[in-house]
Design a protein around this ligand. Sequence first.
Ligand code: KG4
Ligand code: ZN
Length: 337
Amino acid sequence: MILGIETSCDETSVALVSDIGGRLEIHAHLIASQIEAHRPYGGVVPELATRQHLARLDPLVERLLQESGMTLPGLSGIAVTRGPGLASSLLIGLSYAKGLALASGKPWIGVNHMEGHLVSPFLAGGQPPEFPHLALIVSGGHTLLVEVRGPGNYQVIGTTLDDAAGEAFDKVAKLLGLDYPGGPEIEKHARDGNPAAVDFPRSMLDSGDLNFSFSGLKTAVRIFKGKHPEFPLADLCASFQQAVIDVLAGKARKALRLTGCHTLALSGGVSCNRALGQAMERMAAADGVRFLSADRILSTDNAAMIAAAGLLRLRAGQTSPWDLDVDPNLRLAVGAP
Ligand code: KG4
Ligand code: ZN
């Protein structure tokens, strides 16, 4: 039974995950979202996030253990996000985890947040992680196509050259006068809109590589909005969303063909988007590829995915040294957490 701790951005989250015959099982999971605290500022305020993590983390762990009937001595280890993310927020979780590990004598491991997203589609479905597979992580900070060959064996084959997909949703929402976070707001308005109303650019779709760029699309929306201030918001949202979906699905299809992977796993906050999930599912079905997507609650930042990723590494005999520090720019590297 592994305790997972996540404090990399604007969610304080803790979870208990165990391995039952190769299946990763979530026993308890709590997420204290800070979205309401940051909303008035239109984005995450790092100082505010850190203070909230500090105030909430310890009571959240207490509650998790109490509600699940678990005790600290009953744990087999502690997993915590060490990057990428906001430095001061990461530090709250990492210091707390080290303290718990020191006090309890339990092994601990610093986990790459992206490795958590990678494992999230395999969590609630009762399916053990399957290798090799192609992972598409679409979050607020990252857009990554990863060939996952085995636990800890990754090849990043596509990334964004500028804005991440989630970042594009957030920035476009802001310029359309919508609330933070922008992704769910755009999706809500897009439901009543025509995705073919505006033919926004499908950036880099034919670039010959597997990289992404969403900054041009954002600019295209800004220019269009400037020229047509009265254009229906629903049509704008639906057309923007469709452009993002077409690029993500197009690149994922290319990556599947290139790698020969038969499984596609979608994760990260943007995978909450139903239209994106449906487009990916259709594309995968047409190509005879198995499609997995993380449950909604496991798509955005959460500690269950961190506990699961940590569990796989602790089970493989890896632990972290006491002097391991946070790394706000941590990359997904082969073999290293
Ligand atoms: O993975 P995540 O929770 O945090 C990071 O690690 O970045 O992703 C947050 C991102 C935000 O940019 C948010 O706007 C986006 O996920 N997002 C969505 C939706 N729900 C969240 N984007 C599009 N459609 C959604 N329904
Ligand atoms: Zn994330």
